[in-house]
Design a protein around this ligand. Structure first.
Ligand code: SAH
Length: 355
């Protein structure tokens, strides 16, 4: 039975499901899930990401982490971790760029959190020679200073959506309409987690809640507060999101989120205020939310691009110029994507970010 029929059957038996449950089934179903069954990245896939656009992205992130490690007194053993490493490209670029930092590689054990067996295989190929360890949960990380990166990980976590109705909310649910999946609304209820949003929304506004992000962030921030280290979280979204940002992507085109369950990538914008709040609650510092373009410029992406450009001409040079523009320009990824850094109390923020 295909995933759509399974979902229709489930709805028939149990009633409409939350968007979070729908996303979890579509992305992570063991047999039919989007991430569990394929490598979705790259030109022939459904979407591309900053590390796949250019090696410069991972290199600069790597140098930023290594500099933070130096600032914190070069701890002798650390965990270098990535959440949702995709093809392992960014970790490979981080490791290549930090080869010349004395002691950094010797100190680092590499940990990857990846739910997809297909992508785990790709990662082990990309990172051959480095012996990464795959973990099942953030709590599996060894009790060492943690230097963690996550690019386009939080946008893949399931969200719930709520429509404001008076001073309460109606949850947007996935139900059925004949043979099709269809959005509907649950009954009117109060939700404690949304009380704050009563202050900045009006009747009829839609807000999103990423329930899985808070415990994940809380665990990372608690670890950094206790053991030291830093985290760089890069994703699209804003300080506080408003409106429907659930998006399906297939073959680089947007699609209707309910049309092809399990066949398209599903994401939502990240609400960074929630992440920052979870970090703060764990006693950890967070930086200002910084546009990706600003962050990369501060780390020297233009100088790096110039040195990569020196031996190039023709189409290779054009590709490099286009990649630099795509990563940094405010009308491309430069402004839509943001960076939030986490760092321990009494330490300096990672380079490129402000307290
Ligand atoms: N960071 C990579 C890939 C981004 S795509 C890049 O920038 O290219 C999202 C990644 O997160 C994929 O590797 C996906 O399999 C993984 N992922 C999504 N949800 C996850 C979850 N709940 N637990 C672990 N990994 C997850």
């Amino acid at each position: 039975m295909n995933l759509k029929d399974r979902l229709l059957l489930r709805i028939q038996n149990d009633g409409p499901m939350t968007i979070a449950d729908y996303m979890t089934e579509c992305l992570m179903h063991p047999e039919h899930g989007y991430y569990t069954t394929r490598d979705p990245l790259g030109v022939r896939g459904d979407f591309t990401t900053a590390p796949e656009i250019s090696q410069m992205f991972g290199e600069l992130i790597g140098l930023c982490l290594a500099q933070t490690w130096l600032q914190q007194g070069k701890p002798e053993r650390i965990v270098l971790a990535e959440l949702g490493p995709g093809r392992g490209t960014m970790m490979a670029d981080i490791l290549r760029a930090t080869q010349s930092v004395p002691g950094f590689h010797d100190a680092a054990e590499i940990a990857l959190l990846e739910a997809s067996p297909v992508l785990r295989k790709v990662q082990s190929k990309t990172l051959r020679g480095y012996e990464p360890k795959w973990i099942e949960a953030i709590s599996d990380l060894d009790d060492l200073p943690l230097f963690l990166v996550a690019n386009e990980f939080f946008d893949a976590l399931p969200i719930r959506q709520f429509l404001r109705d008076g001073d309460a909310w109606r949850e947007r649910l996935v139900g059925s309409d004949g043979d099709s999946l269809a959005f509907g609304l649950g009954s009117q209820k109060a939700h404690a987690a949304l009380n704050e949003r009563l202050k900045d929304t009006r009747d009829g506004d839609l807000v999103e809640l990423c329930t899985a992000a808070v415990p994940a962030l809380n665990a990372i921030a608690g670890h950094i507060t206790r053991c030291g280290g830093a985290a760089l979280i890069v994703d699209y979204g804003d300080w506080r999101s408003l409106g429907d940002t659930l998006q399906a992507l297939r073959a680089h085109e947007t699609a209707a989120p309910l049309d092809q369950p399990g066949q398209a990538d599903l994401t939502a914008h990240v609400d960074f205020e929630i992440l920052a709040g979870a970090a703060h609650a764990a006693g950890c510092n967070h930086t200002k939310l910084t546009p990706q373009g600003v962050f990369l410029e501060r780390l020297g992406i233009t100088t790096r691009a110039q040195s990569l450009a020196a031996p190039l001409s023709g189409s290779q040079l054009e590709t490099l110029i286009a990649a630099h523009r795509r990563l940094t320009h405010p009308e491309e990824m430069g402004n839509l994507f943001k960076v939030l850094g986490l760092y321990p109390p009494n330490a300096a923020p990672p380079p490129g970010l402000e307290p």
